[in-house]
Design a binder for this molecule. Structure first.
Ligand SMILES: *[C@@H]1O[C@H](CO)[C@@H](O)[C@H](O)[C@H]1NC(C)=O
Ligand SMILES: *[C@@H]1O[C@H](CO)[C@@H](O)[C@H](O)[C@H]1NC(C)=O
Ligand SMILES: *[C@@H]1O[C@H](CO)[C@@H](O)[C@H](O)[C@H]1NC(C)=O
Ligand SMILES: *[C@@H]1O[C@H](CO)[C@@H](O)[C@H](O)[C@H]1NC(C)=O
Ligand SMILES: *[C@@H]1O[C@H](CO)[C@@H](O)[C@H](O)[C@H]1NC(C)=O
Ligand SMILES: *[C@@H]1O[C@H](CO)[C@@H](O)[C@H](O)[C@H]1NC(C)=O
Ligand SMILES: *[C@@H]1O[C@H](CO)[C@@H](O)[C@H](O)[C@H]1NC(C)=O
Length: 855
C-alpha cells in the first residue's frame, strides 16, 4: 500500500545528493526598513486546468534547476532571496549542496529566454530545523543567491504576509508553475509558464474533504502551517513540478504570497485540493534567516483589518463534491450511450466521456482493406446522444496508437464539433484511474459496445458480479503468473453471471462493455474481445490503463476516484498470489486458499438419481462427472435411471458467488473389467458447463499418490441438506493397507486413516470422493468410496486409460515429478495384525513401529 501512498501523494518535485549548506545567519542588525517595492507586476493584466501566463504577469516566479533541468518552482522575495519548498532540497533526510542548484529568473517559457532573463548560482539553502517530510509540515526553504538578481520588468519580488495577515477564505488566488498539466502528463513544449486560479479553503472545509477516504482510501490530517486551495470538484490544481512555486493573492493592488506549493493527492482530483505551506506563520523564521541582508523581503502591512471572531465564514459548509459522471436513472438506460453513424455501416456504440468526446472501439472505424488510410467521409458521420434533438457532427477522430494490433487497446476517441450541455442526459460515464481496484463481487452490467447486436432476448441476463482477481487470472490462462495486488493494473476483469445461458439464445459475435457500479455511480470498467459463439463474454480488458491516454487526448474526461472501499468480511488477504499450472485443456482443480467461499468446492456435484437418492459426483471435464457405480446404479437393476446433476450449490443454500448449473445425464459409461463389477462410472452431461468458480473440473492424478500432498475425504455431513464437509486423512501405503485388510482388497484400492476426530465428519452412503491438494496447489481426484466403507476407496490412477479415452478433455496432470509409491521393504505383516482389525488406528501404529524394531 505504501507505494500507492507515494504514488498518490504527489510531492510536486522531481528527484536529485548530500552536503553541507547550513550557512548560518550573519551578524544581527536592527529590522530593516520596508523600502523594497513588491508584488506589482508591470503589465497589471492578468497547471492542471490552467492556461498560459502572459509575459511579465508573474515576475517573481523562478525556476530552480539542477544540471540544467527544471526541478521546482520558487518565488523571488528579495534581490538575493528565493522562497521555495524544503522537500525540493532534502532527500532522505539530507540537505543537498547549494552548489548543485541554479536559479533561472525572468523566464516565461523554459526554452526561449526573454529580455531580462538571467541565471544566478545559489550560495546557501536554508530549511527549518524541524522539517522532516512534507506531510508533517514546515515545508519551506530560503535560497540565498550568490549575487543579487537584476530587478526589471521581468524580475520583481512578491510581497510576504506578516504573521497577523489573514487571507479571506474563498478568495481567488493564483498558483503558477511549469509542472505537469495532468497526472503523468508533462507540460508540452515550449514549456510556457502555467497559471491557475484557486480558491482558498478554510481549514475546517479542507479537513472535512480530506477526512473522507479518497484515492486508495487515504485520509489526511491537515496540520497548522498548512493551507488548502482548490475546488471540492477538483480539476484545477497544481501538479508534479510545481513544488516550491508561489500561491499569490491580490490585495489593495499588491500581490502577497499566501502559500508555497507543497503536495497533493493526485492532481486535480475531487475532494483533494492542493496543500500549500502557509507563508504568514513563518514570518519570524524568514526574518531570522535574512538578517543583515539589504534589502530583505518586504512584509507590507495588510491594507484592511481582519475582523475578530471565528475566521471561517459560517456558510462555508463541508460540501463534499459528488461525482458528476456515471449517474443513470435506471440501469440499461445509459445517459452516456452514444451511437456513431457512419454511412454504409451499422451503428457503432460508444460512451460519452466528457462534454465533447465519445469513446468507441477503433475497429468500428478502421477500414479492413485500407487500414493505413484515414477513415473517409468524416463530414457525414453523426453521433446520436440521448435526449438531444439533433445528431452531433464529428470534428476529429483520434485512434489509439496500438488499436490495430492490440485488442486491449481497440479504442478511438471522437471529438464532437460542439460540446454538449451535460444534464441528466446526456451525461458522461465515469472512467477509472489507473490504480482503481474494482472489488470482488462489484455489481456490473454489460452494455452495447461497437457494432454489438442487442441482447438476444428480453430475459437475457446482463447483470454480473465481478470475480476476484485470483479467479479471473487463474481461470483465464495466467497460469504461474502472480496475481496483481489491488492497486496494480489487473490483466483482466471477469464478470460472473448469475445463471447459465438459456439454451438457444445466442449472443452472436459481438463486443460488449462492462459497466461496474460503486455507490450508485457507474464506471466504464472494461471492454470485451469478440464473444465466442453463443456465450456471454467472460473476460474483459480493463479500461483503467487507458485513463492517462484518454485524459491526455480529451484534456478533461471524467476520471473518478474509487468510491467503494468496503472489502467486506473476506478481505484481500484471503487470496493466494499465484495460479496453479494448467493442463493442456485449461484450468482445473482451482480453489483459493484459504477458501473465501467457505462451502464452495467448484467440482463437487450433486448427482440426483431418479428422485430417490443423491450421490456425490466430481466434475472431471466440462461435460463429464465421475461417480461411484454402486451409488448411481443399484445392483441387479438393468435399466439406466433418470439422473440429474447440479453444480454450484450446497444443498438448498445458494452459494455466495457464481451460479447454479443443472444438467441431465444422457449416458453412463463403465469400464470393461472381466469378472469384477466396475467401481467408477462416468456420467455424460446433456451439455457442457462453462468453467467458473461454481463449475470447474478437478485435476486427475496419473497413478500413485502425489508426494507431499495433503488429502481429504469430501462429502456431506447429511445427504439431505448437503452442506459440504472435508475430513483430513492420510492415504496408507499399499503394504499397510494389505496388512490391515489381510488380502481381502481388490486391486486398485486405497485405504485411508482419518486424522484425530475427523472420522465421522462425512456420511458414506453418498460415496464421497478422496481428494488431494498437491504441492503446486492443484486439487486432484484420487479415489471414490467403495460401498459401505469409510476407509476404502477405488483408486483413479489405474483407470487413467479408460477415463482419458472416454473423456478427451480430462485433466490428467503430467506424470513427471510425481513418483509412484516409494519402494517397499518387507512384505511381512506383523503376526498379530489379523486379530486387531477392529482398531485400525492401533494396528497402523503397531505396523509403523515394526520396521524400526526390525532394524
Ligand atoms: C537513506 O538513508 C539511510 C540511513 O540514513 C541509508 O541507509 C539509505 O541508504 C539512504 N537511501 C538512499 C536512497 O540514499
Ligand atoms: C517547527 O517549529 C516551529 C517553531 O518551533 C513550530 O511552530 C512548528 O509547528 C514546527 N513544525 C513542525 C512540523 O514540527
Ligand atoms: C478505509 O478507511 C477507513 C477509515 O480510515 C477504514 O475504516 C477502512 O477499514 C479502510 N478500508 C480499507 C479497505 O482499507
Ligand atoms: C450550511 O449548513 C447549514 C446547516 O446544515 C445550512 O442551514 C446552511 O444553509 C448551509 N449553508 C450553505 C451555504 O450551504
Ligand atoms: C502502445 O504499446 C506500446 C508497447 O506495448 C506501449 O509502450 C505504449 O505505451 C502503448 N501506447 C499507449 C498509448 O498505451
Ligand atoms: C445548458 O443547460 C442549462 C440548464 O439546463 C441551461 O440553463 C443553459 O442555457 C444550457 N446551455 C446551453 C448552451 O444550452
Ligand atoms: C446470430 O447468429 C445466428 C447463427 O449464426 C443467426 O441465425 C442469427 O440470425 C444471428 N442473429 C442476429 C440478430 O444477427
Amino acid at each position: 500500500m505504501s507505494q500507492h501512498l507515494l504514488l498518490l501523494l504527489v510531492i510536486l518535485a522531481i528527484s536529485p545528493i548530500p552536503g553541507d549548506s547550513q550557512d548560518s545567519a550573519l551578524s544581527p542588525t536592527p529590522e530593516e526598513p520596508e523600502d523594497l517595492d513588491c508584488g506589482r507586476p508591470e503589465p497589471s493584466a492578468r497547471i492542471v486546468g490552467g492556461s498560459d501566463a502572459q509575459p511579465g504577469s508573474w515576475p517573481w516566479q523562478v525556476s530552480l534547476q539542477q544540471s540544467g533541468g527544471h526541478i521546482c518552482g520558487g518565488s523571488l522575495v528579495a534581490p538575493s532571496w528565493v522562497l521555495s519548498a524544503a522537500h525540493c532540497f532534502v532527500k532522505n533526510g539530507t540537505l543537498e549542496p547549494a552548489t548543485e542548484w541554479s536559479v533561472l529568473l525572468g523566464v516565461r517559457s523554459q526554452d526561449g529566454l526573454l529580455d531580462g532573463a538571467h541565471v544566478r548560482a545559489v550560495a546557501a539553502i536554508l530549511v527549518p530545523d524541524n522539517y522532516s517530510s512534507v506531510e508533517l509540515g514546515a515545508d519551506l526553504a530560503l535560497l540565498r543567491l550568490a549575487s543579487p538578481a537584476q530587478l526589471g520588468p521581468a524580475v520583481r519580488p512578491v510581497c510576504l504576509p506578516r504573521a497577523s495577515h489573514r487571507f479571506a477564505h474563498g478568495a481567488a488566488c493564483w498558483a503558477t508553475g511549469w509542472g505537469d498539466i495532468q497526472e503523468a502528463e508533462h507540460l508540452p513544449l515550449p514549456w510556457v509558464l502555467q497559471e491557475v486560479e484557486l480558491r482558498l479553503l478554510g481549514e475546517d472545509a479542507c479537513q472535512c474533504l480530506y477526512s473522507r477516504p479518497g484515492p486508495f482510501n487515504l485520509t489526511f490530517q491537515l496540520l497548522p502551517g498548512m493551507l488548502c486551495a482548490g475546488y471540492p470538484g477538483g480539476r484545477r490544481d497544481t501538479c508534479q513540478g510545481d513544488s516550491g512555486g508561489p500561491l499569490v493573492c491580490e490585495e489593495g493592488g499588491r500581490w502577497f504570497q499566501a502559500g508555497i506549493t507543497s503536495f497533493g493527492f493526485g492532481c486535480g482530483r475531487r475532494n483533494r485540493p492542493g496543500v500549500f505551506t502557509a507563508v504568514a506563520p513563518y514570518e519570524a523564521w524568514i526574518r531570522e534567516q535574512v538578517i543583515g541582508s539589504e534589502p530583505g523581503p518586504a512584509f507590507p502591512t495588510q491594507s484592511w483589518e481582519p475582523q475578530s471572531g471565528p475566521w471561517e465564514p459560517r456558510d462555508e459548509n463541508c460540501t463534499i463534491a459528488l461525482p458528476e459522471c456515471g449517474k443513470a436513472p435506471r440501469p440499461e438506460t445509459w445517459p452516456w450511450e452514444a451511437q456513431v453513424m457512419v454511412p454504409g455501416s451499422r451503428p457503432c456504440h460508444g460512451a460519452l466521456v466528457s462534454e465533447s468526446w465519445v469513446l468507441a472501439p477503433a475497429s468500428c472505424f478502421l477500414d479492413p482493406i485500407n487500414s493505413d488510410g484515414p477513415p473517409r467521409d468524416r463530414d457525414n458521420w453523426r453521433v446520436l446522444l440521448p435526449s438531444r434533438p439533433r445528431a452531433e457532427l464529428v470534428a476529429r477522430l483520434v485512434l489509439h496508437e496500438n488499436a490495430s494490433w492490440d485488442d486491449a487497446s481497440d479504442l478511438a476517441l471522437l471529438q464532437l464539433r460542439a460540446p454538449v450541455n451535460l444534464s441528466t442526459a446526456p451525461r458522461p460515464v465515469c472512467l477509472p484511474h489507473p490504480e482503481h481496484y474494482f472489488l470482488p463481487r462489484s455489481r456490473c452490467r454489460l452494455a452495447l459496445w461497437g457494432r454489438g447486436e442487442p441482447a438476444p432476448g428480453p430475459n437475457s441476463r446482463l447483470e454480473a458480479e465481478l470475480l476476484s482477481g485470483w479467479w479471473c487470472h487463474c481461470l483465464y490462462g495466467r497460469q504461474g503468473a502472480s496475481v496483481p495486488p489491488p492497486g496494480d493494473a489487473p490483466h483482466a476483469l471477469c464478470p460472473a453471471y448469475q445463471e447459465e445461458e438459456e439454451a438457444g439464445r445466442c449472443w452472436n459475435y459481438s463486443h460488449r462493455s462492462l459497466l461496474c457500479q460503486e455507490e450508485g455511480t457507474w464506471f466504464l470498467a472494461g471492454i470485451s474481445d469478440l464473444s465466442s459463439g453463443c456465450l456471454r463474454p467472460r473476460v474483459f480488458h480493463p479500461l483503467q490503463t487507458h485513463g492517462p491516454w484518454i485524459s491526455h487526448v480529451t484534456g478533461g474526461a471524467y476520471l473518478e476516484d474509487q468510491l467503494n472501499w468496503d472489502w467486506g468480511p473476506e478481505g484481500e488477504e484471503t487470496e493466494t498470489r499465484t495460479c496453479p499450472p494448467h493442463t493442456e485443456h485449461g484450468a482445473c482443480g482451482l480453489r483459493p486458499e484459504p477458501a473465501v467461499m467457505g462451502v464452495l468446492w467448484p467440482w463437487l456435484a450433486e448427482v440426483h438419481v431418479a428422485g430417490d437418492r443423491v450421490c456425490t459426483g466430481i466434475l472431471v471435464a466440462p461435460g463429464w462427472v465421475l461417480a461411484a457405480t454402486h451409488c448411481v446404479l443399484r445392483p441387479g437393476s438393468t435399466t439406466v435411471p433418470y439422473v440429474e446433476v447440479y453444480l454450484g450449490r450446497a444443498g438448498d443454500s445458494p452459494l455466495p458467488q457464481g451460479h447454479q448449473v443443472s444438467r441431465l445425464v444422457i449416458s453412463i459409461r463403465l469400464p470393461r473389467h472381466l469378472g469384477l463389477r466396475p467401481r467408477l462410472a462416468l456420467l455424460e452431461l446433456s451439455s457442457r458447463v462453462e468453467p467458473s468458480p461454481s463449475a470447474l473440473p478437478i485435476c486427475l492424478h496419473p497413478g500413485g499418490i502425489p508426494v507431499g500432498a495433503s488429502c481429504w475425504v469430501l462429502g456431506w455431513k447429511d445427504p439431505r441438506d448437503r452442506v459440504p464437509v472435508a475430513a483430513a486423512v492420510s492415504i496408507l501405503m499399499p503394504r499397510l493397507c494389505h496388512c490391515l485388510y489381510q488380502g481381502i482388497l481388490p486391486p486398485g484400492t486405497l485405504c485411508v486413516l482419518y486424522s484425530e476426530g475427523q472420522e465421522d465428519r462425512c456420511e458414506v452412503t453418498s460415496a464421497p470422493p478422496l481428494l488431494c491438494l498437491t504441492k503446486r496447489r492443484s486439487w486432484v481426484l484420487t479415489g471414490m468410496a467403495l460401498p459401505g466403507s469409510r476407509e476404502l476407496f477405488a483408486a483413479i490412477g489405474p483407470e487413467e486409460a479408460w477415463i482419458s479415452q472416454t473423456v478427451g478433455e480430462a485433466h490428467f496432470l503430467p506424470p513427471s515429478g510425481y513418483p509412484h509409491w516409494p519402494p517397499e521393504g518387507s512384505d511381512l505383516c506383523p503376526p498379530d495384525m489379523a486379530s486387531a482389525p477392529g482398531s485400525p488406528q492401533a494396528a497402523v501404529f503397531l505396523l509403523l513401529l515394526t520396521p524400526l524394531m526390525q532394524g
